[in-house]
Ligand binder design. Structure first.
Ligand SMILES: Cc1cc2nc3c(=O)[nH]c(=O)nc-3n(C[C@H](O)[C@H](O)[C@H](O)COP(=O)(O)OP(=O)(O)OC[C@H]3O[C@@H](n4cnc5c(N)ncnc54)[C@H](O)[C@@H]3O)c2cc1C
Length: 232
């Protein structure tokens, strides 16, 4: 998406191909994805949604001056094929299962970043894969301390940020692998919204509404529970 935005005033034509109905859908939800998609469409970017590129694909893509391929986003699929034949536990998607010390099921073997599924405190310890730069950094830090026998448990609130056409997109927290977040209050252009689970806020998203999401992240980090009523 960032590449498409960057190229939008430079390339003759740009197409984004994506398996989901909206960009960012799995990570940020359809509302955030829908707004960013509209922002790009307004700049002439074409979207081919619920589509996949295959050899001999009938999508009329190859004639375009520029082509942006979304479904191959690094991190969307865990790159763990090299572990085939090992006893390192993975989930059905291939993500390596780790505990709060970033340790795999094999003692003293650690993993971190996009490739893992880890227990998420905000989701009561549910195992999830979260593909954000900040999460990968905290994972690496935690894994390194545990390699040094510092006995450090992962403690973080996932935080995603990006900028598109001068608008900041922020997302803190998480909604779980199974659920797609749904926002009651999301609208363009200045918005904030919160997905819930069991009546408490597990995440917050915003578009050009800083520092709202950073403040929510800080509250969640300190262990505060924000009820649906408080958020509304
Ligand atoms: C286009 C794009 C935009 C993004 N934008 C944002 C954003 O705005 N905000 C945000 O928070 N996150 C963003 N992300 C996600 C973020 O980049 C990742 O979550 C983060 O880079 C994950 O770090 P990592 O170290 O786990 O994996 P990577 O950064 O993917 O690093 C893994 C490295 O391992 C190497 N590797 C893989 N397999 C092997 C092997 N078998 N042997 C040796 N080396 C191997 C790879 O070449 C790579 O260098 C974006 C990702 C993409 C692709």
């Amino acid at each position: 998406m960032e590449i498409a935005a960057f190229l939008s005033d430079k390339a003759g034509a740009i197409s984004v191909v994506e398996r989901q109905e909206f960009p960012y859908q799995k990570a940020l939800g359809p509302q955030v994805g829908g707004v960013t998609m509209k922002m790009l469409q307004n700049k002439g970017v074409k979207f081919h949604m619920k589509a996949e590129l295959r050899q001999g694909s009938s999508l009329p893509l190859w004639s375009f001056a520029a082509l942006v391929l979304a479904p191959l986003l690094a991190g969307t699929f865990p790159n763990s094929a090299f572990l085939k034949g090992t006893s390192i536990a993975r989930d059905a998607s291939g993500a390596i299962l780790v505990d709060l010390h970033m340790q795999t099921n094999i003692p003293n073997v650690f993993a971190a970043g996009d490739v893992v599924s880890f227990p998420v405190a905000l989701l009561n310890g549910e195992q999830c894969s979260i593909h954000h730069q900040q999460v990968a950094e905290v994972h690496g830090h935690t894994a390194a301390l545990n390699m040094l026998k510092k006995e450090k448990e992962l403690h973080t609130v996932p935080f995603f940020w990006t900028t598109m056409f001068g608008k900041s997109i922020r997302y803190a927290g998480c909604h779980g692998d199974a659920a797609v977040p749904s926002y009651a209050r999301w609208r363009d252009p200045h918005s904030s919204a919160f997905p819930f689970r069991d009546g408490v806020v597990t995440a917050a998203a915003s578009l050009s509404c800083d520092p709202m999401v950073a403040l929510i992240a800080e509250a969640l980090y300190s262990g505060k529970q924000i009820s649906k009523e408080e958020a509304e």
